[in-house]
Every structure is written in C-alpha cells, then in structure tokens.
Design a protein around this ligand. Sequence first.
Ligand code: HAM
Length: 423
Amino acid sequence: MQFRAVKGMNDLLPEETERWQRVESAFRRHAGLYGYSEVRTPIVEALELFVHATGETSEVVEKQMFEMERSGERLALRPEGTPGSARAFLNASRHAREPVTRWYYLGQMFRAEQPQRGRYRQFNQAGCELYGDPGPLCDAELIGLLAGFFQELGLRDLDVLINSIGGPGTRARYRETLVAYLTPHKDALSEHAQRRLLDNPLRILDSKSTKDREVVAGAPSILDVLDDADREHWDGLRRALDALGVQYRVVPGLVRGLDYYTRTLFEVQSNAGELGAQNTLGGGGRYDGMLKGMGGPDLPAIGFALGMERLLLALGDAAAPVKEGHCFIAPLGDRAALEGLKLANELRALGVRAEVDGRGGSLKSLLRRASGLEARYCVVLGDNELDRGIVQVKNLAAHSQEELPRAEVAARLRAGLTREAGR
Ligand code: HAM
C-alpha cells in the first residue's frame, strides 16, 4: 500500500526548506528590529475560541474548520494565529506587565479549502500582533513593517491596499445604508450574497462573483460615513503612511474575511513569480474589540499575517540561499576511514560542514560523490598519505590539488573557505 500526503497538505523537502529557513530568519530579524518577540501557541485550540473570535459568519469558521472531539471537548486545528495569540496574551495577563506588547509568530494553519496554487489546507503564516496601542501611528508602522519586509526580500511592484471600516457605531450605520442600497438589487446578486445580505452584508463588497461586483460597483463608500473619531484615525493613518514614504492605494471595498476587524484594514498584493490568482501575500487590520470580547480588558489591538507559501512562490529563485562551501572526506581503506572521522570532527569544531564517506569504493567514485554534493574541497586520505603525515586536498571549484600537513589541514581549509566567502 502506498500512502500519500493528505490533499492540500504538502511535504517540504530539504531543497525547499533551505529557502524557507532563509525567509523565516529574515522575518525574525525584521520583526525583531521593530521590537517584536516570538510567541508560540498550540496548533489545537477549543473550537469555541475561533467561533467566538474569528467569527461565526466568517467563511473560515462557517466552512473551513478542521474540527475534532476528544473526551467531550470540541477542538479545532487553528485556521489562523490571531485568536490563539490573544488567548495567550490574556492567560498570561501581559497587560499587567507592559502597556504595549509586540508579538510575532511563525507556524502552520489549517483551512479546509479547495486546494490550488497558493491555496492549501495546511499552510504557514508569519504574523505580528500588537496589543495596547490604539494607533493610528502604530497602524502605519505595522503596514510599513509588512511592505518593508517584502521589499527587503527583493519583491517589487507591490500593491498596498488600505481601508477603514470604522468602529461599531460607524459600521452599524453603514450596514443600514448598504442594505438599503442592495435590497432593491437583491435579485441581481449571487445566491451567496443574498444570504450575506441578512447576516454580514459588508462581505458582499469583496465578493469575487461578477454578478455581485456589478451591483457593488455603485454602492456607497464606508469612508463617506465614518464618524468623527474614526475619520480622525483614518486621516492620521494616511498622514503617517505618507511620512513613512509607504505607497498605498485606498480601496473602499476592502473588507477582509474575518469578523473581528475595526477601523484599519490592509492587504499587500504582488504579481511576482508564480503566484497566479492567489496574489494576496498578506493582510491584517485592527481588532479593538477582541480582547474585551474574550473577557479581558478593553485594549486595542492590530496585526497581520502573511502566507509563507505565497511569499516563496513570489520570490522564486530569489529565495535561494547562498551556499556555504563545505568539505567532503574521501578515505581509501579502513585506517584512513577512522582518521577521516576524526578530521571531519576537527572541521566541524571550526564551524565547517564536513561529510565523510565511509562506504569504501574507488577514488573515482568518491570524487564523483563529492562533486554530486557540490563540495568545495575533497580531502583524500590513503595509507600512504597517513604514513607521511599529509593529506591530498582537491579544490573542486578551481580544479587544483595540493598536499597539506595532516595537522594543519582543518585550519587551512577553514581559512580557504572564509577567503572565498568574503569574495
Ligand atoms: P488572512 O487574510 O486570512 O488573515 O490570512 C493572511 C494570509 O495568509 C493571506 O494573505 C495568505 O497569504 C495566507 N493564507 C490564507 N489562507 C491560505 C491558504 N489556504 N493557503 C495559503 N495561504 C493562505 C489572517 O489570517 C489574520 N489572522 C491576519 C491578522 C492578524 N489580522 C490581525 N492580526
């Protein structure tokens, strides 16, 4: 019987994980520069956490949850990182220790979607969450952090979309305006949008259906009905983005799919690499009501998450790590094999990657293996060399060969690799 990975869940083999590690460490470094530190929360949480926080009318909770039951407890694989992080924040009473908390995370999320390029059932997010600052300066800074990260990795032609959906008061008023506008066009809407008209009319604004888009094109904009405090926040956000030099586009139809958002919303899109239709690299927004809604203090919060798979698709070869040179040790004979093990450890102790081939075999086959591994140096050890206290070193890139004293070889090879790396 042949087993296959579950639909929409992918293996990452070593050639891929090297690219991932490079992007992950760039993210850690970048978020760290803004004062964020890493939080790791469980992949499994109470199902109710997502129903409550992500929202009952969000597509994620409605259709895409991986749920399970265990000893009477209803659990779920996390579809996103924001609710778990907020729960951890509250459980640890972080607000009692610091007025503002900045956390980032990296990890797997699960959504039972129809898999396609850039859309998977298990996928990875890198995200930031900021608790305790009402903005709007920190909103702009966070958007700048996200766009700046993509730029630092070399992505160009980014589209930063922003919008405000106001606070609860503005939204309630806008909802009425929107429903009043949409109701006479009800029959022209998709079946899905007709249902949304009752439970979450704002979501119709970012419907992908052409029917809905035609109707929505003439809808009133939420930006025209922001109350004074929401407008001040919105104006402040744009002023701060301008001051930071972040290029953006105001998109009044941007509402995003999770129920918890208030005021600031943003997404970053790119058409780079092999992204195709799933071109939203990341997105987020403010969610000032979540902590209070979870029984915590009335503290504002904002965050984003980016999709690692999509980012890697967008980066293509640009994510390939610079290979560090390494050594391959080719012992000829039993005595040389033991000496080879020792030499490999000497190299590792100096921080040089070293592999010994202890399978025996001809010099020719060992050299072939060394080139297959793209080693920089191949160290050949035979009885004759051991007796003379030397080793043969082949520089596989320069196609040259030299004899080095056994006692000096580790240090000399390291010096050679360091010189090459600096070039
Ligand atoms: P989201 O827009 O649902 O937001 O997801 C953020 C990013 O995760 C997307 O832009 C996309 O790149 C990636 N993503 C989402 N679903 C998939 C999938 N099925 N396959 C591959 N990539 C995917 C959130 O998750 C919020 N928690 C963001 C946030 C943080 N808001 C406030 N704080």
